[in-house]
Each structure stands twice: as C-alpha cells, then as structure tokens.
Design a protein around this ligand. Structure first.
Ligand SMILES: Cc1cc2nc3c(=O)[nH]c(=O)nc-3n(C[C@H](O)[C@H](O)[C@H](O)COP(=O)(O)O)c2cc1C
Length: 197
C-alpha cells in the first residue's frame, strides 16, 4: 500500500515527528511510506470563496500554494495518517489550515446552502482509510475529546473511513520520546495492516 504520513508539528525534532518516524519505520518494511512535514510546505488558509465547489472533476482551488501538491498525495495514498501536537485541545494551527483546505476534495452536490449533514457529497477520498495521531503533554481523557471529535467529523464530511484516533499522552516538550506507548504504536500498525486487502 501507499501510506502517507502528514505531520503537522512545527518542531522538527519534537514528539509528533518522533512518533510519526516510529510509525513509518514499522510500516515501511511492507509498504511504500512517505512522510511530509507540512511545515516545510506553503499552506495558506482557505479563502472560503467556494470556487472549488464549482469544479467537480478535480480539487480546483484558486490558490497557488503547495496545497494542490499535498492534496494530490492524499488522493494517491491508500492510507493517510495525520499527526499533530495537541494545541489548545485541537489540531496545531498548521494542520488546521491543511484540514480546512481538504474541502476541495469533497463536493457538495446541488449546492452548499444546506446544513452539512443534509447535503449530498461526492468525495475524492470516499472510503479512504485515514487516522489521526496526537501527541499531548497532558492526559488523553478530558483533554483530547475535541480534536478526536473534530477528526471524526472531518471523516464524516469527506466520506473517508476513520481508522482511528491515536493518542500519545504525557509527551512533555522537553523529554522527547520518553513515554511513547508501544501499545498505541502497535495499534496503529495493526489497524493500517488490516487495510491491506
Ligand atoms: C501552543 C501550545 C498549546 C498546547 N496545548 C496543549 C493542550 O491543550 N493539552 C495538552 O495536553 N498539551 C498541550 N500542549 C503540549 C503539546 O501538545 C505537547 O508537548 C506535544 O507533545 C508537543 O509536540 P511536538 O513536540 O511535536 O511539538 C501545547 C503546546 C503548545 C506549544
């Protein structure tokens, strides 16, 4: 399988990238694995212009930054894992910009003037297996619910298949890699391998 890991941490040698690296090392024995540190790319915020919704056969974003290239990688992958440090119980700002831009990958058939759950959606990533990896300094519980819900809602809107949300708690910014749960790493590998039909 082609597996894409998109890491949304601005800290090159931080926890999130260390976890993403560990996941990649485990998966690359059987698969083509690519890691993209999204902070190496130019990612502008969505303009909300809705132009992408008038172009049905491709993402069709008006902006000329690196997102078209990144979304191309998302479309080409069998599995996409998004990594982020927890910032204010949510994605990093850098990853949030990219997640918003995914709107170009799903089209609201018949217009986008209804409530999201009432709209018919055509998606370039329908049934694509996607997962979220989160590193945070605090606990998993009563801390990461918002980002997990955000990601699950993203999957619902994009019709992607949610492999899971994988939380690495107690990741102090000063003690990289001290507490990474082998169980959670194993779970990610196991869930990804299960997609290899
Ligand atoms: C701006 C900011 C906000 C943060 N918010 C939270 C938070 O809400 N909950 C938490 O447990 N950790 C929070 N943290 C800690 C980081 O999520 C945690 O240390 C993470 O592992 C850092 O990942 P990195 O090494 O990839 O940067 C925050 C850190 C920063 C810089």
């Amino acid at each position: 399988m082609n597996i894409l890991l998109l890491s949304g941490s601005p800290r090159k040698n931080g926890n999130t990238n260390a976890i993403v690296q560990r996941v990649a090392e485990r998966l690359k024995t059987n698969h083509n694995v690519e890691i993209c540190r999204i902070t190496d790319y130019q990612i502008n915020g969505c303009l909300g212009c809705n132009h992408c919704q008038s172009v049905l056969d491709k993402p069709g974003c008006v902006q000329d930054d690196d997102v078209t290239r990144l979304l191309g990688k998302v479309m080409d992958a069998d599995v996409v894992l998004y990594g982020t440090p927890l910032y204010g119980h949510s994605y990093s700002g850098q990853l949030k910009l990219l997640m918003d831009r995914h709107v170009a990958l799903f089209k609201f058939v018949g217009g986008s003037d209804k409530a999201v759950d009432e709209m018919e959606i055509k998606s370039f990533i329908e049934n694509r297996s996607v997962g979220l990896i989160v590193s945070c300094q605090g606990p998993g519980e009563n801390n990461t619910e918002l980002v997990q819900m955000q990601f699950r809602k993203f999957c619902e809107s994009s019709l992607a298949f949610c492999l899971g949300t994988y939380i690495f708690p107690w990741c102090s910014p000063d003690v990289i890699g001290s507490q990474f749960s082998e169980d959670t790493l194993n779970q990610i590998v196991c869930d990804v391998e299960a997609q290899n039909k």
